[in-house]
Design a protein around this ligand. Structure first.
Ligand code: KG4
Ligand code: ZN
Length: 345
């Protein structure tokens, strides 16, 4: 089964053709990172406008790269939740129109499901995660632990009470004067830093939940203290006063703490929800130190190939395939609504 998938929930315009949930025939991603690096973050109206310009060329390129035409496509899938309202609208309206025009079954897919299913992409059967699966989803908008007894079965067993871990990377990068997106910037300079130089407390959150807003504030306060400045000093002026060495040490100590917090909770989850496989997914799962540390601490842990950690449409095609296999019925392309916020079901 060949699925044409479309993703536009944040600042990547993407289309892909995926066969049987794993085999990628094409995968086109146009990123708006260059635009938003200048602003230091995503501006929703600008993102929506860029999606509008890119979406049809991206869909056509996906068909072209796969040497396919509409007759080869068995279904159309699109991310309809969660994400930026305008961005989601561009992708879903395009997918709805194409489904009607070409008379294809139409599926609306949850973005976090897609991140999880990135772990099935280009993975032979024998290496695919085995159920029950424990999944840690770490992105710019979410930090959750999910328990999957079977395909397309999700139980949220832990979630962040405030900021997502990716958001925390982005905010700490801003404090340190590092470019957007903060995750890769922090990881890069942290390579030259001392991971033990600064100690940041781990949040005391009950059960399997997370909190990351305190860690961001702890970094801010420590930077102010290091520079001998009061807490009233504007945070956007701090970075220019830090030396390269201080920035590297802060980045390394922060990255270390964030990873410890994530993996401690995953360890705890494993004691309560025994699993055959651990699956880590979402933009932050690209982090090299996290990958190394998790592989040391967990058996049977899988990550997406690094190019599938961030937003892309191939993962939407994978998630859609396993929805269809699990008996999910198509959505009505004339009536599907977007949902900027919603939990995985
Ligand atoms: O999944 P994603 O591409 O978009 C959302 O669904 O949110 O995740 C984006 C997040 C950003 O916060 C970005 O800073 C973070 O993933 N990220 C990383 C790395 N690469 C991207 N965080 C830590 N280390 C990385 N190497
Ligand atoms: Zn994402």
């Amino acid at each position: 089964m060949k699925i044409l998938a479309i993703e536009s929930s944040c600042d990547e315009t993407a289309a892909a053709i995926v066969e049987n949930g794993t085999n990628i025939l094409s995968n086109v991603v146009i990123s708006q990172i260059d635009i938003f690096a200048e602003y230091g973050g995503v501006i929703p109206e600008v993102a929506a406008r860029s999606h509008l310009e890119a979406i049809m060329p991206v869909v056509h390129k996906a068909l072209q790269d796969a040497r396919s035409d509409w007759g080869d496509i068995d279904a159309i899938a699109v991310t309809h939740t969660p994400g930026l309202l305008g961005s989601l609208l561009v992708g879903t309206l395009t997918a709805r129109t194409l489904a009607i025009l070409h008379n294809k079954p139409f599926y609306a897919v949850h973005h976090l499901k897609s991140h999880i299913y990135a772990n099935w992409l280009e993975t032979p059967n024998q290496d695919q995660p085995k159920f029950p699966v424990l999944s840690l989803v770490i992105s710019g908008g979410h930090t959750q632990i999910l328990y999957m007894k079977a395909h397309n079965h999700f139980e949220i067993i832990g979630t962040s009470h405030d900021d997502a871990v990716g958001e925390c990377f982005d905010k700490v990068a801003k404090i340190l004067g590092l470019p957007y997106p903060g995750g890769p910037s922090i990881a890069k300079v942290a390579q030259n830093g001392d991971r033990k130089k600064y100690q940041f407390p781990h949040p005391k959150v009950e059960n399997l939940d997370f909190s990351f807003s305190g860690l961001k504030t702890a970094v801010l306060r420590r930077v102010q203290k290091e520079l001998g400045l009061p807490i009233s000093f504007p945070s956007h002026e701090l970075a220019s006063k830090l030396t390269e060495k201080q920035v590297a040490d802060f980045a390394a100590s922060f990255e270390q703490t964030a990873i410890e917090i994530l993996l401690e909770k995953l360890k705890l989850a494993q004691t309560i929800y025994p699993a055959e496989s651990i699956v880590i997914a979402g933009g932050v799962s690209a982090n090299t130190l996290l990958r190394k540390t998790a592989k040391k601490q967990f058996e049977h842990v899988s990550f997406p190939k690094p190019e599938f950690s961030g937003d892309n449409a191939a993962m939407v095609g994978a998630a859609c395939y396993y929805e269809i296999e699990s008996g999910v019925q198509p959505s009505d392309p004339y009536h599907l609504n977007i949902l900027p916020r919603s939990e995985i079901k």
